[in-house]
Design a protein around this ligand. Structure first.
Ligand code: SAM
Length: 288
């Protein structure tokens, strides 16, 4: 099989099919074999496993996944890539290309149809314009996943893995860390792609937790609280919760809640640990 992960082979395929990159679909294809190797190694796949790839492009990473996993499902939105994938992956009988927008795909159905009984990892070089909605869909739908190994914009990876206290720590850090244990795999320079993106990238591994990082009485309240707390980063918790949580008792109730949970009302959300958010959320759940 002719490996695609190389600038001249990628260029040859693209020219032969008269393919033009669409920036609005986040099309930056991987051309660096070293980075490809690191992604596949981090995914730690065996022939018993399933791999879900989101956005296979011309099939560069898909070829490598086909060698390491038992079954690969690759969900691609761009119809112009479907005939290209039919050719580049024709020697990979264990790959299923699913032509769809991943955000509109019933993934539980797809898993039942293609991955029944297998451990599944998501492995992808994600389109950067929809990274967060894709990752949150994968996590919130509680798919039976082992891990999510994805290439994302550097800033997004840093936010996912951030600890309390820093500028990167926010609602995304808490959401991702609630469901997973993030681990940065490697940094990726712009030169690893064709065409080169404007931003640097990072490969991050999100190991799915068997149980959420904290036990909360009501998950909806927990995430609503986190969003409200970070509504305006520079403001105190008291301010943000007062204006964004819309509790019946107004400021007095927010104050009572914060003090009852042992959290200083003048702190900012970026200083709170996930456990402190959980305690506060349970306080609210008791009130409502
Ligand atoms: N995996 C290939 C590689 O590494 O060379 C391509 C990665 S490229 C960064 C992102 C891919 O995601 C493109 O093929 C693009 O067409 C596809 N894509 C963009 N939005 C999508 C969506 N909502 N659902 C599925 N695929 C999408």
């Amino acid at each position: 099989m002719k490996r695609l992960v190389n600038p001249s082979v990628t260029r040859e395929v693209i020219d032969r099919f008269s393919f033009h990159f669409k920036k609005q679909l986040g099309q930056n294809f991987l051309i660096d074999a070293n980075i490809l190797g690191k992604i596949v190694e981090a995914a730690d796949l065996s022939k018993e496993d399933g791999a879900l790839e989101i956005g296979p492009g011309i099939g560069t990473l898909t070829q490598a996944l086909a060698e390491h996993a038992g079954v690969v499902v690759a969900v691609e939105k761009d119809d112009r890539l479907i005939p290209i994938l039919a050719e580049t992956l024709r020697e990979c009988p264990n790959v299923w290309v699913h032509h769809a927008d991943v955000l509109e795909t019933d993934l539980h159905r797809l898993f039942a149809d293609r991955f029944a009984g297998r451990k599944v990892s998501v492995v992808a070089n994600l389109p950067y314009y929809v990274t967060t909605p894709i990752v949150m869909k994968l996590l919130e739908e509680r798919l039976p996943l082992n891990s999510v190994v994805v290439m994302v914009q550097r800033e997004v990876a840093e936010r996912m893995a951030a600890s309390p206290g820093g500028k990167d720590y926010g609602a995304l850090s808490i959401a991702v860390q609630y469901f997973t244990e993030p681990q940065i795999v490697c940094r990726v320079p712009k030169t690893a792609f064709m065409p080169q993106p404007n931003v640097e990238s990072i490969v991050i591994k999100l190991k799915i937790r068997e149980q959420a990082a904290v036990a909360v009485q009501d998950e909806k309240i927990f995430f609503k609280l986190v969003r409200a707390g970070f509504a305006q980063r520079r403001k105190t918790l008291l301010n943000n919760l007062q204006y964004n949580l819309h509790l019946p008792g107004g400021k007095a109730m927010v104050l009572q809640l914060l003090e009852g949970s042992g959290v200083d009302p003048n702190r900012r959300a970026e200083t709170l640990s996930i456990e402190e958010f959980a305690r506060l959320a349970d306080g609210i759940a008791r009130f409502l």
